[in-house]
Design a protein around this ligand. Structure first.
Ligand code: FNR
Length: 195
């Protein structure tokens, strides 16, 4: 079972990247084939339909292919001003644009439709970035994803990880594990191939 994990931050010391690494490790331990995607490695400009009309950027094609190939996803969302980041929105907008009509990805390719998605968030604040999830969830539903009903928001993220990047508290690990387990469970049942 192929699971895609990514964080909506490119910050070097990103809490959400660390959370993504934890989730990826748990999914691997459960037998999943995990791709940990680093959005900073993709050269994706701010969405502009004129740009897209001149041809989909190669890294957007790479992103869409990755999304298409992975039936289950785990997204770790930072919270900016009570919502998710512009990076996540831009990434989602490019990948979901109905305009694309390039040679490899014809019109009608919808990398989001039918994907099982689990949401995690991390913030040093008390809510752990939970409000970012409340904005991200309806967007993913609009794009016809299946959202895992369980979610986890890691509060106090600045002191949550040890020097190796592992979550120190059992309760926090259990929160992440709960989401990972649901994504794997639902992906296995809902997916034999992308819909
Ligand atoms: C933030 N941050 C933040 N945190 C939070 O819990 N609620 C919020 O509404 C906001 N708003 C906000 C706005 C802007 C513009 C910035 C730059 C930051 C703090 C934010 O959660 C923090 O920078 C995290 O470290 C971001 O996640 P990563 O990069 O560590 O994954």
């Amino acid at each position: 079972m192929k699971i895609l994990v990514f964080a909506g931050s490119t910050r070097q010391q990103s809490y959400n990247r660390r959370l993504a690494q934890q989730a990826a490790g748990m999914a691997r331990a459960a037998g999943a084939e995990v791709t940990l995607l680093e959005l900073a490695d993709l050269d994706i400009p701010m969405y502009n339909a004129d740009l897209e009309a001149r041809g989909t950027p190669p890294d957007v094609l790479r992103l869409k292919r990755l999304m298409w190939e992975h039936p289950g996803w785990i997204i770790c969302s930072p919270e900016y001003n009570g919502s998710y980041t512009a990076l996540l929105k831009n990434t989602i907008d490019w990948a979901s644009s109905p305009v694309a009509a390039d040679s490899e990805w014809q019109d009608g390719v919808k990398p989001f439709r039918g994907k099982v998605v689990g949401l995690l968030s991390a913030s040093n604040g008390r809510l752990g970035g939970l409000r970012s999830q409340s904005h991200l969830a309806p967007l993913l539903l609009l794009l016809e994803c299946w959202l895992a009903p369980r979610a986890y928001a890691l509060a106090g993220a600045a002191s949550a990880f040890d020097a190796d990047g592992a979550l120190t508290q059992a309760e926090q690990r259990a929160g992440v594990q709960g989401v990972v387990d649901q994504v794997l469970w639902a992906t296995q049942r809902l997916h034999t191939e992308p819909r």
